[in-house]
Design a protein around this ligand. Structure first.
Ligand code: SP5
Ligand code: ZN
Length: 344
């Protein structure tokens, strides 16, 4: 399988995130991608750097003012105070219900809150270049399908599926899976399915495509009544307007077994087969692993091979996009297992 990596991933290296009001070391680290690249190379896969610019697709899935903010956020932070170079910006105020989000505040922290869904997605000097190169890698992996590859894998970070039309969150800045789906649409795929198997609901991807019938979004995830991102991912969210019927959420209780998870995967695959998609984008979070430090599902190593095999049975051109997964030392092995199951 053709692999695309993000050569600039390590430029995004914030130190701390906020958890329950306190600073804790980031779970989403450069070593995650390093472990994945090492495992892919060791298993004989050739890796490539991105060659496609994602700018056009980014402009179709994200709002211009959000992209402008993200591109210049670090410079804005330094403009407040040069001493900020060694510090991380965090939002402290958000435009929740009844407050206005149409007027951009002149205050930087207020703008950061406007464009954030949480305070757990720290920015650093290299965030934009890393996220943009990751979106380019996703665009490249999708483009390779259009050129005739049957399956590709984009092994990038930071992840993307929590990033919505105009906000960051959940360690995500640019929505790599949405970029891949949009590149496939732009290249002539009439119908695209996005299957999100990350432990956390892909709220950003859902929101980007919620009113579109050309991109079906299907997600298996921890029940948002108890699990992040909490405010989206329920089973009554089925799409709106033109997109009515083109969103399927399959939440499972925290602590669910692999047997329950594979039952949901069957339902997801049935819906995707019924769509008659021309191509499949898989938001491949590996935080469903039993050993994941921030999640509660119970998948074991062999289950990732089984996942790959089940997806292969759909018979669709498929682009895998790495999302979460925080058992860093196992992450690469589990990624390779998915590809092995698919390629078998
Ligand atoms: C892409 C992705 O998987 N994003 C996940 C974002 C989760 N953010 C909330 C993390 C809360 C960390 N909880 C630590 C619990 C340690 N016992
Ligand atoms: Zn996740």
């Amino acid at each position: 399988m053709l692999i695309f990596v993000n050569p600039l991933q390590a430029s995004h290296q914030p130190r701390d995130e906020i958890f329950r009001g306190n600073r804790v070391p980031c779970f989403e680290t450069p070593r995650r991608a390093a472990f994945v690249e090492d495992a892919l190379r060791a298993s004989g896969h050739a890796v490539r750097a991105p060659g496609i610019d994602s700018a056009v697709a980014l402009g179709q899935v994200h709002a211009p003012r959000y992209l402008d903010f993200l591109r210049t956020a670090w410079a804005q932070w330094l403009a407040l105070d040069a001493a900020n170079a060694g510090e991380q910006p965090f939002p402290s105020v958000w435009p929740v219900r009844t407050l206005r989000s149409d007027v951009e505040p002149l205050n930087f922290t207020a703008r950061l809150g406007l464009y954030s869904m949480d305070n757990g997605s720290p920015l650093c000097a290299g965030t934009w270049v890393a996220a943009k190169a990751g979106a380019d890698a996703a665009a490249s992996a999708a483009h390779a399908l259009l050129k005739g590859e049957q399956a590709t894998f984009c092994a990038t970070r930071p992840p993307g599926h929590h990033a919505g039309p105009d906000f960051m969150g959940g360690y995500c800045f640019l929505n790599n899976a949405a970029v891949a789906a949009q590149v496939l649409r732009n290249g002539g795929a009439a119908r695209v399915a996005v299957l999100d198997v990350d432990y956390h609901h892909g709220n950003g991807t859902q929101s980007i495509f919620y009113e579109r019938a050309d991109v079906l979004f299907v997600s298996i995830h921890g029940d948002p009544r108890t699990e992040y991102p909490f405010y989206l991912g329920h089973d009554d969210e089925t799409g709106a307007g033109e997109g009515a019927g083109f969103n399927l959420n399959l939440p499972l209780p925290a602590g669910s077994s692999a047997a329950a998870w594979f039952g949901a995967l069957d339902a997801a695959c049935e819906r995707i087969a019924r769509q008659g998609a021309d191509a499949l984008v898989v938001s491949l979070g590996l935080d469903t692993f039993a050993g994941d430090p921030i999640s509660t599902f119970k998948l074991q190593a062999d289950d990732f091979t089984r996942l790959g095999a089940r997806l292969k049975a759909l018979g669709l051109p498929t682009v895998f996009i790495l999302e979460g997964g925080y058992a860093a030392a196992e992450l690469g092995h589990n990624a390779v297992r998915v590809l092995r199951g698919f390629d078998a």
